[in-house]
Design a protein around this ligand. Sequence first.
Ligand code: FAD
Length: 503
Amino acid sequence: MSTALSYYFNEEHESFRKTIRQFLEAEAIPHIDQWELDGKIPREFWKKFGEMGYFGLCYPESLGGSGLDFFYDVVMLEEISKIFSGGFAITAAVQVFMSTPYIFHHGSDYLKENYLKPAIAGDKIGCIGITEPGAGSDAANIQMRARKEGDHYVLNGSKTFITNGIYGQFVILVCKTNPDAGAAGVSLLVVDLDSPGISKNKLRKLGWHSSDTAELHFDDVKVPAKNLLGEEGKGFYYLMGGLQLERLAGSIMGYSGCDAVLGYSLQYMSERSAFGRTINKFQVLRHRVAQLSAEIESVRFFVLHTCRMHADGKYAVKESSMAKLLSTELADKATYQCLQFFGGYGYMEEYKVARAFRDSRIGTIGGGSSEIMREIIAKMVIDDTNYERAESQTEESKPALETVADIFETLPARFKSEKSAGKNLNVHFQFTSDNYTVSIADGKLTVDKGLQGDANCLVETDDETYIAVETGKMNPQEAFMTGKIKVSDLMQMMAFGGLFKKL
Ligand SMILES: Cc1cc2nc3c(=O)[nH]c(=O)nc-3n(C[C@H](O)[C@H](O)[C@H](O)COP(=O)(O)OP(=O)(O)OC[C@H]3O[C@@H](n4cnc5c(N)ncnc54)[C@H](O)[C@@H]3O)c2cc1C
């Protein structure tokens, strides 16, 4: 089905594609049905997968990886998503795209040595523990507590829906080290899944049968303090960065899985006859195939474009969210429609389309649901919320912005009065040096020194942080998540921020 992919994949990528396909044909495909029945994939298989280098394609050689570019990972994920077992694909995807990157980006040498290297080698399987029984989409509301006691943390709480949680060896656990600090009290710990005090319950589910999905309970579990990833209190910020890659991975799995299902359907349609001709001659079915092909191809190229942005180091929040939304929604629609091409046979286990149909359903839920993707996109498109660094400017074109007062002087010129119709806001800013009140009423902006009137929102920070954020030297999310900027009402602040052009 693939056409003209050379924009993104070169000859080496394509020859790597052949190698991994051969590996999957020899080592995985003959066993998939059994693994789906068993509800697990044997450890020995993942060891072989690691030995082939597939867990560490883009990690540096010093860690046991191959130091290749991101499009090798894309090829790997495309190929493992085409073998009609979402459970198989997600097991590897969690390892490569959703858990080990946190150790690579934020882990100490100790954590890299003891968790990342063994994961790349296929000796350890990792997972990511964000979701809790009471906190899924609303991840900032997690209750898992990590209390510091001397040289270790003590964990109490529960996680649920954790992929690889039963048979995996470690979890990147999202927990609260400071429950009073909101998002700025969240930290990430690497936790051995065989630690005393952890109990596990394997969950039964609609699809992804060959993957394990766990409910994990932590009862006074002791974890060495050296297992903290990065800095205490920065976990939510690390997570927000990591989720872009997770969403991109979900997008690749989405379009690639669809592509395989459509190819499988075309084969069936060319063999199945009704009313004296093969069913691929019925116009209504041909048009449905044409429509799906067009949509899969369009989504594939948009996702690959987003992969290119990611590979180039761009923080592509909007594109990754759009890619995840479109690709997983399409996968759901495509598998539904393809099953219809098979008539009653599509409903039978012997036909792989049945498994693809139930496996695709999770795409629009896990890793940020479609509703949450639309929320993020809406904030960026409608409210001008900016999750990226400010656009770069040449040194000469930059106004001198050395003090908070310099920045406040630019506010009138940046004010989008046309967007402010019907909005009444009074925002107080408390800096180290001075205080300001910015009021917006009836499309008019007023900037005053001092704190005037009742505020809808109070922003507290030091001069240095505010200047760094406004001039694009610090990511606003990082400032917020790490508590460097405190905002009393985030929604009001986002509405306020959307009324000004970037510096
Ligand atoms: C098979 C499987 C594997 C998973 N693997 C992992 C894993 O490895 N690690 C992990 O941490 N988690 C994992 N998850 C959890 C998954 O990421 C969550 O299920 C998902 O984030 C949604 O959370 P929730 O289930 O609590 O739904 P809720 O957050 O309770 O949402 C319920 C519904 O409300 C909607 N909703 C919520 N908030 C809003 C809003 N603001 N606006 C509009 N609609 C909204 C949602 O979109 C959804 O439709 C997995 C889940 C499954 C089913």
